[in-house]
Write a protein that binds this ligand. Sequence first.
Ligand code: PLP
Length: 446
Amino acid sequence: MSDKNCVLSLDFHREYPRVVSGKGIYMYKEDGTEIIDGASGPVLVSLGHGNEEIADAMKEQATKLAFAHRDDCVTPVLEESCRLIVEASDYDLAKIFQVCGGSEATEMAIKMARRYHIQRGNAGKYKIISRWQSYHGISNGALAVSGFSKRRKGYEPYLPEMGHIQPAYTYRPWIANDENYAINCARALENEIMAQGPDTVAAFIAEPISGMSLCAAVPPEGYFEEIRRICDKYDVLLILDEVMTGMGRTGKMFAYKHFNIVPDIVTMGKSISGGYFPLAAVGITQKVYEGMAEKNGNFPPGFSWSGNPLGAAVNVAVMKYLKKHNLVDNCAKMGDYLKAQLEKKIMHHPIVGDIRGKGLMIGVELVKDKATKESFPMSEQVAFRIQEAALEDENMLIEASQGCNKGQAGDGLVISPAFIINKEQIDDIVDRLDKAISTVEKELGY
Ligand SMILES: Cc1ncc(COP(=O)(O)O)c(C=O)c1O
C-alpha cells in the first residue's frame, strides 16, 4: 500500500510518477525527468500542457466574474462560447447546454431526449438503446447505456437495462463474412426497436468513432447513414457521443462530419476545454429544440455548475486557438502520418493485429495469433504491460484498454497526442512504442 499521501489512486499498490509541470506534449517529474504524453491524459489535453493563452483567458474571466448561475442570469462569455460551438457544427446544432464532464453530458442528453418525447405527447418513449463495447460515462445512468463490459463489471445492477446492439467493428464483425456488413450491422438497431416496441424507444446513443472500449474502431462506410434512416423511421432520436472525438481530434471538427448524416443530439467534452477546465456540453438541433419547447418552453434540469463563465471562457480561448493555428487540419495531417508510421514500424510485430482510427486517435489491437486473431487472455494484461513498459522504460504515456473482443478478451492501445504535435515528435512516439512492444513480446516468449 502507498501511504505517502492522502490521494485515493486507481491502484493502491502502485507508486505513481509525481509530475510537477508540463509544456507542449511533455510533462516533467520533480527530478526533471521528461515524460512524453502520447495519450493527452485520457485523450483530453488537446492543446498540450502549459498553454499561456488559455491560462490567461481563464485568469481574466476569474477576475471579472468566476461564477453566475444558469437559473438566474446569462453571461456574454457563455453566449459567445455556445455561438462558437454552433458555428463549428456548421449550424447543424442550434442550442448548447454546458456541463462539467462527459458523464454529465450523457445524463443530460438522455434527459433531453426524454423531454423531447414527453413534450410532443409521446410519454411512453423512454428507452435508450445503445451498443455493446461502447462507453458513455461512469455515472450509473451513463454506465447503464454503456456496453464497456470491463467498466460495468463488479457494480451491477445499474438502472434498468434498455437494450444493447452489436458494435460496428470491422476487425471482428459479429456477422462473419457478410458483404453487406455495414447495412446489416445497422439493421440490428431496427430489430431491437421492433422487439422493444417502437412506441417505447426514445433514442439510440453511439460513439461515431469508438473510444477506449474498441480502441478507435471506425464504422464501415454506410453504417451511420442506415442508422439515421432507421432512427427517422421510428421517431427515435440519434445521440452521438463526441466526448472523445469532438472538437477536431479525428481531423474534422466533429467525427460525425466524416459520415453523411446529422445527429439530433451531440455530446462533447475533453477537447472543448483542452484540459484547462472541467467542461463538456450537449448540443441539440433546431428540431429537438422545438420539440422540447412545446407546451411550456423550459428545461429546468441542471447541475450547479452548468453554464459557468469560467468554463465558457476557456472554451472560447480554445476555439480561437484551434482556428488561429489551424489545428483541426494538423490533426488530419499528423493523424495520417502517425497511422502510416505505425503501419510501417510496428505492424511487423507478431502481437500487433490491427491499426485503425482517424486523425490523432489511432488504435492498435494486440493479438496472440495474427492469422487467427485470437486474443490474449485478460489475465495476461498485455495492453497494460505495454503501457507500463512505455512509462517505466521509455518515459511515455499511452492509453491501454481491454475487452474489445466481446467484453471477454481483446487488448488495445490508443495513441492520441495533442493537436500541436509535429512529425519529429510522432517519430519519437512510434520509436518508443516499438521498444515497449518488443519488451513485452520478449517477456511473452515471442
Ligand atoms: C466517448 C465517451 N463518452 C463519455 C465519457 C465520459 O466522460 P467523463 O470521463 O468526462 O465523464 C468518455 C470518457 O472517456 C468517453 O470517452
